[in-house]
Design a protein around this ligand. Structure first.
Ligand code: 13P
Ligand code: SF4
Length: 354
């Protein structure tokens, strides 16, 4: 829907008043009404890398979800304040791994006698506590754009990987990109004693996958792929690696949001694409490429927006920018020092990946 011109004008005026004091970052899943005010847009890797790109800005307004704002706080100096326009913008996947559950998992691995061989690799979509756990135990963070490199690095450090919290990104990267077999992977269920695994299973596994998933991407199915191929002859199926393994295995192209955008930019006129990722991004791309004769359809019309990404709307952005312009620091995201130091170690390992 078109944005309210009154609110657009208020956001513009507040941003202008703030000038160099504010730096607005926007994830590709944000609404159009919000993304128009972003100084930088990107996938989660690019936004983590660029968070510190404007050190003179006192405020970093993060239009995205909580774990992204935490990562920006970890990667920037104390003088820079990170602000999340709606504190309820969380991520259901990140919530699937709590610090207590992960500590318990490490005890299970220790008792099974495998902890010493295990390197944790945590997806960016996790809380600062999980990132700190990862840093403490010699592991790295990854995003969907560098998961293979992160896993290659991890397997140089140890024989097994504990992959948190997205089972699908872990499995898809290991099997599709690195040639492991499905049998090399086991699923650790934090709601079952010992993760629902035997000591033998833990000893035999190369990839120990946490039982987490994205509630949005998890809804694309093999039927979605088969149906769109029937409906749109000659279509290229392009999906995000948070999709289930059978969806990724049936797709033609797989990658992060930034990869999806780059692939469509490079696509020839006349080509047809079915995209399996969040709807705000797919709609934006469909509109953007409509006049270049690239047909872009949503992989499955029954799948909807990421509800937490959508919590950041124009009214919240206006309230945030106007508050900051009046000198009121609102909705600051601040990670405590101890957590920050270990989480930073893990994030910096990611940023240093070859
Ligand atoms: P990327 O932007 O890194 O592809 O991640 C997608 C996502 O789900 C962020 O929550
Ligand atoms: Fe989390 Fe999925 Fe939303 Fe990304 S799309 S923020 S992984 S719930």
């Amino acid at each position: 829907s078109p944005s309210d011109p009154d609110l657009v004008e208020r956001a513009r005026a507040a941003k202008e008043k703030l000038g160099d004091k504010v730096f607005v970052l926007g994830h590709h899943y944000q609404r159009d009404e919000v993304i128009q005010f972003a100084d930088v847009t990107g996938d989660s890797f690019k936004l983590a890398r660029d968070a510190a790109a404007k050190p003179e800005a006192e405020y970093i307004v993060f239009c995205g979800v909580h774990f992204m704002a935490e990562s920006a706080d970890i990667l920037t100096g104390d003088e820079q304040k990170v602000v999340l326009p709606d504190l309820a913008a969380g991520c259901s996947m990140a919530d699937m791994a709590t610090a207590e559950q992960v500590a318990e998992c490490w005890d299970v691995l220790t008792e099974a006698g495998v902890a010493e061989q295990v390197v944790p690799v945590s997806y960016m979509n996790s809380s600062a506590d999980i990132k700190a756990f990862t840093g403490k135990h010699g592991g790295t963070i990854c995003t969907s754009s560098n998961a293979e490199r992160a896993l290659n690095w991890a397997f140089e450090q140890g024989e097994k990987v504990l992959f948190l919290p997205d089972q699908h990104l872990g499995r898809n990267t290991a099997v599709r990109d690195m040639g492991m077999s499905l049998d090399d992977c086991v699923l650790y269920n934090p709601h079952k004693p010992n993760g629902g695994l035997t000591v033998e299973e833990l000893r035999a596994a190369k990839m120990i996958l946490w039982r987490g998933h994205c509630s949005v991407h998890g809804r694309f199915s093999l039927d979605s792929v088969n149906d769109v191929r029937e409906r749109v002859p000659g279509v290229n199926v392009l999906v995000h690696p948070e999709c289930r393994h059978e969806v990724v295995a049936a797709a033609d192209y797989v990658g992060s949001t930034e990869y999806i955008i780059n692939t469509l930019e490079a696509a020839p006129a006349g080509s047809k694409w079915a995209i399996g990722t969040e709807l705000n991004l797919v709609r934006r791309l469909a509109n953007r490429f409509a006049d270049q004769d690239k047909e872009i359809v949503f992989l499955d019309k029954t799948v909807c927006f990421c509800s937490t990404m959508n919590r950041i709307d124009l009214p919240h952005l206006v309230w945030t920018l106007e508050s900051l312009a009046e000198g009121n620091l609102v909705n600051q995201i601040q990670v405590d020092k101890e957590t920050e130091s270990f989480a930073k170690l893990a994030l910096e390992r990611m940023l240093a990946l070859p």
